[in-house]
Design a protein around this ligand. Sequence first.
Ligand SMILES: [Zn+2]
Length: 411
Amino acid sequence: MNQREFLKDAFLRYTAITSQSDRHQNFLPTTEGQMILALLLKDELHEMGISDSELQDTGILIAKIPANTKAPALSFMAHLDTVDIGASPDVKAHLIAFTGEDFYLDNDKKILFKTEDYSHILDYKGDDIFVTDGTSVLGADDKAGVTVIMGIAKYFTTHDAPHGDIYLVFVPDEEIGLRGAKALDINKIPVEFSYTIDGSFLGNFNYETFNAASVIIKIEGVSIHPGRAKDVLVNPLLVAQDLIAQFDILDTPENSENYEGYFYFMEMTANPMEAVLDLNVRDFDLKKFDERKEYVHKIIKEIQDKYPRVKITYTMEDVYANIANFLATDRRPIEVVEKAMKNLNITMIRGPLRGGTDGSVLSSKGRMTPNIFTGSHNVHSIFEYLPLSSLEKSLEHALEVVKLIQEDYKS
Ligand SMILES: [Zn+2]
């Protein structure tokens, strides 16, 4: 079986397993389908001859292809879950030969893919493209990454190519707050080069993500019947409102772009006894990020002083960190990817990611982990699609990365 056939079959096999994550569950993995997929991957790796693998109760699967030369160890990671956008959790992916014309995702339901709405698809005229039947996402995010990593396993178990230890890592529940990566013990993956394969279109490369903190603020007021409230009642809703008003109304997600950070009050629950606020703090720049966190501490203190009869408690937690925070100390993982793309004539398109990746979580744990393209477009949409040629390129690129690390950094 050639590489293209392998990738095609594997992608269809993995997308056929329903593995949408569920934010309402508190255990890992949040859905059984993710464990079923992890078990299948473990079996398939075993059949290829990779027996050094560990599937944890959380659904985290770590497998290792042992080194056959003295090159630095590296890892590739993808996530097992697909996103819940309110469509069907079951994915019925199929491959179409794209002619450049508009086409129906599904002939019965007559859901039309209009090329003028997503004109980037015209770049793939004449190619085979994976699409949905219009009832779900495709889940190329991140089954394409999963497929590429299995392609890496297939390659190194059937070719006699030199490489260091290669760790293949699959984590659950990325789409619901990067929970799988948060549960990952990076000591189990002792590598010098670490990558996620969870980016989008061909050539896409991300290593600039937000630094992120989450703040939960609880304001306990003084409650009493409103008829006897004079000089007694301290309404936590009004204290919460005053607290929010101390933040710049233009320093928000809806008023920022590119490299700008923000404060985002994203949830408020309140009753006469207490108000609870959920605040997200985001910034690319580490210094500005720290200043933002200082500002939150300061405002909470001021509000507490202003309302001595309420009790304010809060937690502030770093949830992920900018991958680029590491650039000053180690550029090698970035340089390898740049060189690999150049060697393969892939035009690199990079830009700040106004969010986080599993790599941003590993970054906060001290491991720089840039994110490489899978080839997908329109993720988190029923119009998500994946050109088979881009999936092939994603695998070729990953293999080139392994080769370059071996050649350039062998001891
Ligand atoms: Zn993803």
